[in-house]
Design a protein around this ligand. Structure first.
Ligand SMILES: [Zn+2]
Ligand SMILES: [Zn+2]
Length: 362
């Protein structure tokens, strides 16, 4: 199906980046075409792109290959469509995980585009709504996007450290806001990776009392340095039993299957456990929901309004991700370290190190 339905467009733009040519392969330099500039589009030269766990899942999963990952994008506007007023050439610009939606359903009308009833167009491995081409992500030289899904770089923040706000940031910001995390609330964060470290920073800055749960003793001190008031080893049954009925809200950022009962027991009456990871199935006892009218919930990235709200908050509170910048050639090693849990807390590729492949476009 992919390719056959692509309307040939002479104005498509040549691009190049790092691609996974077949499931599980290492990434290699690759040339491709992306959509031509539409009237409300901007083109941006990509400067930094964050490395998300989703990128690794996509490489190993049922994606359309070749696959160019990357959905935490920072760049500079190099071209604008005829109707663009939001950006000027030279502006610093951000692109996240969603680049299009239907624009008229009940979710889109509320700027909750992530829940578009017709399905969103993802930044990579999506089907472009204009020309049917497959979207190619930010591990590349350039992106073309409708300005509705592009954001200005917040003032005062380092561009590379802002990149992860577009996925890890807004994925944690959205549920923290949805469940009114703020002063007077006791909040648990499970896991201290790319998502968890942002959740700790946000919950602390929002004024909540923040408790971090981790299986890794070395992360307890790090969590406190990031703003957690307490940090607890989640495999310590005695410590976990002492948390009973204590929390208003717990945000679980762990993606692998793990027992949820200790967290459900830790919720107060009407408390909510929101799980951001999507394991194949969940390990919990439904009776723990009945006891205490507790809720088990989930949440997916964020819409355009929430994203802008988060970026404004980050600018006001001087919040960005803790990142390690790597060269494009080091991406496979980066994925291996990500998988081993060795990254503190987000890898970001310096896209200026991306070499243009020689030879014809694929
Ligand atoms: Zn992501
Ligand atoms: Zn929609």
């Amino acid at each position: 199906m992919p390719g056959a339905s692509v309307k040939q467009n002479r104005l498509m733009r040549p691009g190049y980046g790092l691609a996974c040519l077949a499931r599980g392969d290492r990434l290699v330099p690759w040339t491709f075409e992306r959509r031509g500039l539409q009237p409300n589009d901007i083109a941006l030269k990509i400067q930094f792109c964050g490395v998300c766990h989703s990128d690794l899942h996509a490489i190993r999963g049922n994606s359309r290959f070749p696959l160019v990952p990357g959905h935490e994008v920072v760049g500079e506007v190099t071209a604008i469509g005829a109707e663009v007023t939001k950006f000027r050439i030279g502006d610093a610009v951000l692109v996240g995980t969603i680049i299009d939606s239907c624009g008229h359903c009940s979710s889109c009308n509320r700027h909750l585009e992530q829940y578009c009833l017709e399905g969103v167009t993802t930044t990579y491995d999506g089907i472009d709504r204009h020309d049917g081409s497959i979207t190619r992500g930010g591990y590349s030289n350039e992106y073309v996007v409708d300005t509705h899904f592009a954001y200005h770089l917040p003032s005062g923040l380092d561009p590379a450290s802002v990149a992860p706000l577009l996925c890890a940031g807004v994925t944690t910001w959205s549920p923290l806001r949805q469940w009114d995390v703020g002063p007077g609330k006791t909040i648990g964060i499970v896991g201290l990776g790319g998502l968890g470290h942002m959740a700790v920073k946000f919950a602390h800055a929002l004024g909540a009392y923040v408790v971090l749960f981790s299986t890794t003793p070395e992360k307890l001190a790090s969590a406190k340095a990031l703003g957690a008031d307490e940090a607890i080893i989640s495999t310590d049954d005695v410590q976990m039993a002492a948390q009973a009925s204590r929390f208003d809200f717990i945000l679980d950022t762990v993606s692998s299957r793990h027992p949820l009962n200790p967290y459900l027991r830790s919720l107060k009456l009407d408390g909510t456990l929101c799980c951001l990871g999507i394991p194949k199935d969940m390990d919990f006892s439904p009776v723990l929901l009945t006891m205490g009218r507790r809720r088990l919930a989930s949440s997916g990235v964020g819409g355009t309004l929430e994203t802008q709200e988060m970026l404004d908050f980050c600018s006001q509170h001087n919040i960005s991700a803790d990142v390690e910048i790597i060269a494009a050639a080091d991406i496979d090693n980066g994925f291996e370290r990500l998988e081993r849990g060795e990254v503190r807390y987000r890898l970001v590729i310096d896209m200026s190190t991306l070499a243009q492949p020689t030879g014809d476009a694929a």
